[in-house]
Design a protein around this ligand. Sequence first.
Ligand SMILES: [Mn+2]
Length: 233
Amino acid sequence: MNAETIHKTRPIVAIGDVHGMTDLLAEALAVAEAEGAFPVLLGDLVDKGPDSVGVLRMVVPRLAAGTMAIVRGNHDERLLKSLIKPDGKKTRVLVDLMAAADAEELAAQTSAVLSVAPYWISVPGHILVHGAFHPEMLTCPSRGQAADVPRKLKALSLYGETDGSLNEEGYPIRTYAWVSRIPEGLTVIVGHDTRQMHEPLVVHNGQGGRAVFLDTGAAKGGRLSTWTIPALA
Ligand SMILES: [Mn+2]
């Protein structure tokens, strides 16, 4: 069963960017379980924090068993690419993964679940996506063959919205014009961007749509935030 079907009878708990914080993820999952809620990770499992491999060990079997879902983040996409087609760049998560006794099996399971992860998940009244929203996400399929997802929507999903310019450190400057395109009655829950360190930032647009920025800096001394979507029934 996928998240869309499960949501008919169970609440969904969206969980922000985990970034290698195993203990915080364990706490969030315990809360979700106590509430009978289905966990959906907003992407970026790995990098930054201390234990990316530990996070993969918690998440990958659950994704394979269908007891959890994830939308892909840019860090997950980078890990997936390096597992499918090694480019010689040794990111820390890759080094740690290859040092594990069961490296081959864990790498294979990780690429198997990440390669079928959707770019966004849509349930009535809500879209869960790592980076940014586009109205076409309401009608375009996000799973199945990733090749079917338009390039523009993939880029928005993974990297958020940018205007093409770079900041002083050479990183793309993020923009938020997409928030104004959220239609009335829709809540878009995103990660990727630590807009606020302790509580999720909620932005209402002028037409009754809202964006929830759920990344509260788990790997930078902030919290791993969650957002509950009540069950439909
Ligand atoms: Mn990200």
